[in-house]
Write a protein of this length. Structure first.
Length: 220
C-alpha cells in the first residue's frame, strides 16, 4: 500500500473500530483495535525523515509499544505501565531534536494541567484508600506531562499536536474511569488517540531549518 493512501485507510479502520465493532468477543475487539496502529507504524516507516535517524527509529519503537499497550489496556495496570514505557520512547525521541526552552506560558499551562489532574484524578484514589493506584496515576501524569513538555521544546508542530492530542485522550479516559462517566467516551478517547499517533508518526517527516554563521546560507 502506498504511503499517501495510508492516512485515509487508517481513518476508515479507526472509524470501523470505534463505531461498528461490538465489545464482544473481546479478542476480535482487540484485533480490530490494533489494525489502525499497525497501519500507523507502516506510515511512519514509509515516511522520509529529514531529522536524525535515531528520531525515526525511536518514534517507531514508541508506536510499537503503544500498539502492545492497546492490547493489554483491558488489564488496566498492565496497560498503564506499557503506555508509560511508550511515553518514555517518545520523550527520548523528542530529546534528539530539542530546539530551545519551553515558553513560560506553555510551561505554566502544563504545570497547571498536571497539578489539576493530580489533585482530581490521583486524589480521588487516595481519598478512598487506593494508595497504590493513586501513586501509579501520579507517575503516569508526570510522564505524559514530561512528554508534552519535551514535544513543545522540539518546535515541531506535528509532534506538539500529537502530544497534546495524547494528553487530551488520556485525560478523558482518566476522568471517565475515576471521576464521572463521560458520554461518548470511547469516541472522544479513540479519535484523539489515533490522531495523536498519526501526528507523532508524521513528525518523522518534519523539516528543521538551521542557520550557519552567515544567515543568508540556509542549511536544511
Amino acid at each position: 500500500m502506498t504511503r499517501p493512501l495510508l492516512v485515509p485507510v487508517i481513518a476508515v479502520m479507526g472509524i470501523i473500530y470505534i463505531f461498528f465493532i461490538p465489545s464482544e468477543p473481546v479478542g476480535f475487539k482487540i484485533f480490530m483495535k490494533l489494525i489502525p496502529m499497525a497501519l500507523i507504524i507502516l506510515f511512519a516507516i514509509g515516511t522520509r525523515s529529514f531529522l536524525p535517524r535515531t528520531y525515526k527509529r525511536i518514534i517507531i519503537a514508541g508506536l510499537f509499544v503503544s500498539m502492545i499497550a492497546d492490547g493489554v489496556i483491558y488489564w488496566f495496570l498492565a496497560g498503564l505501565i506499557t503506555f508509560f514505557i511508550a511515553h518514555l520512547f517518545y520523550i527520548f525521541a523528542f530529546r534528539q531534536v530539542l530546539r530551545g526552552a519551553i515558553p513560560k506560558w506553555a510551561a505554566t499551562l502544563l504545570l497547571l494541567y498536571g497539578a489539576g489532574m493530580a489533585f482530581w484524578i490521583a486524589g480521588s484514589q487516595f481519598r478512598i484508600g487506593e494508595h497504590f493506584l493513586g501513586i501509579a496515576i501520579l507517575a503516569y501524569i508526570s510522564i505524559i506531562l514530561l512528554m508534552g513538555w519535551t514535544a513543545i521544546r522540539t518546535r515541531l508542530p506535528l509532534a506538539i499536536i500529537g502530544a497534546l492530542f495524547f494528553m487530551f485522550s488520556d485525560s478523558v479516559l482518566a476522568i471517565d474511569r475515576f471521576v464521572y462517566e463521560i458520554p461518548y467516551r470511547d469516541a472522544f478517547v479513540m479519535i484523539t488517540y489515533y490522531a495523536a499517533q498519526v501526528f507523532i508518526a508524521a513528525s518523522v517527516g518534519s523539516r528543521t531549518v538551521k542557520y550557519s554563521v552567515n544567515q543568508k546560507n540556509l542549511i536544511r
